[in-house]
Design a protein around this ligand. Structure first.
Ligand SMILES: [Zn+2]
Length: 271
């Protein structure tokens, strides 16, 4: 998965006193598009002029920063293209996804959502503080589930393809958690909404931060409960079908939790 970068590691503890080194990556985003150098690499502190740096995290031992002023002469590349090209090493790709999530939060927290006053930067933790009304704004992470649904004899897994999205590979049933729901309830609701199936034996597998969508994804396996007849939500999906291990076509990279879950089934490694 994208976060599996050992022996590299990402340390996201809050250290506002950290200053940039010549080799520090500096990220600039417009939405999900990142400024890259001509050779496709992330610009370093020594490459660009930026006087507004915000410390984000350490990638292994190297502090990484955000600028919110577009560096001159750099083109923007979407995270989708970066993933397709696999032009960055996996550790840097994970750093980019995480930086994108943080950049989105910094961009959307300049003003207090309660009273509209300009916010300041928290000094003890990663937060924005409204000096007018005292509102404290923390980075927002959206919880979502991914669901590996198995049929009654575990010989097939339910695969989907999303409707209307520029992603043509197989995926699993997935969806965001609603307020007031447990993750297991999200699983049951999404299975019913997307493919019309009742499920049981919901078992947690692993989780994955997915910064390009501002998510934390929780993966579960479960069994169909009763009828295996699929009733697809055509607004969400263009394909939903039961697949044997041989029929599972994996995604072209190993970034996603979805792909790891499909691979487990395909390789007969589900217990
Ligand atoms: Zn306020």
């Amino acid at each position: 998965m994208i976060q599996d970068i050992a022996p590299a590691f990402l340390d996201n503890s809050f250290k506002p006193e950290v200053r940039a080194l010549p080799g520090s990556p500096v990220f600039y985003f417009e939405g999900n598009r990142l400024a890259l150098k001509e050779d496709g690499s992330v610009p370093l502190f020594k490459d660009i002029e930026a006087d507004d740096l915000i410390y984000l995290f350490d990638l292994t031992k190297t502090p990484c920063f955000l600028t919110r002023k577009r560096p001159e002469g750099l083109d923007l590349t979407s995270l989708r293209e970066i993933r397709q090209n696999r032009s960055l090493g996996k550790d840097m790709a994970f750093a980019v996804y995480t930086a994108c999530h943080l950049a989105n939060w910094y961009d959307s927290s300049d003003y207090c959502g309660r009273c509209g006053h300009k916010t300041t930067f928290g000094t003890k933790e990663r937060s924005r503080i409204c000096p007018e009304c005292g509102n404290i704004i923390y980075p927002r992470i959206n919880p979502a589930v991914i669901l590996g649904i198995l049929n009654s004899d575990k010989s097939r897994i339910l695969l989907t393809k999303y409707a209307g999205r520029d992603f043509s590979h197989y995926a699993l049933v997935a969806g965001f958690t609603e307020i007031g729901e447990t993750l297991e309830q999200t699983c049951m609701r999404e299975a019913m909404e997307e493919v019309g199936l009742k499920i049981k034996d919901i078992k947690y597998y692993k989780s994955q931060p997915w910064g390009s969508a501002l998510d934390i994804l929780a993966g579960f396996f479960c069994m169909v409960d009763g009828s295996e007849e699929i009733t697809m939500d055509a607004g969400e999906l263009k394909t939903a079908l039961w697949c044997s291990p041989e029929e599972v076509v994996l995604q072209p990279d190993d970034y996603s939790l979805t792909n790891e879950m499909m691979r487990l089934f395909k390789e007969g490694r589900l217990v």
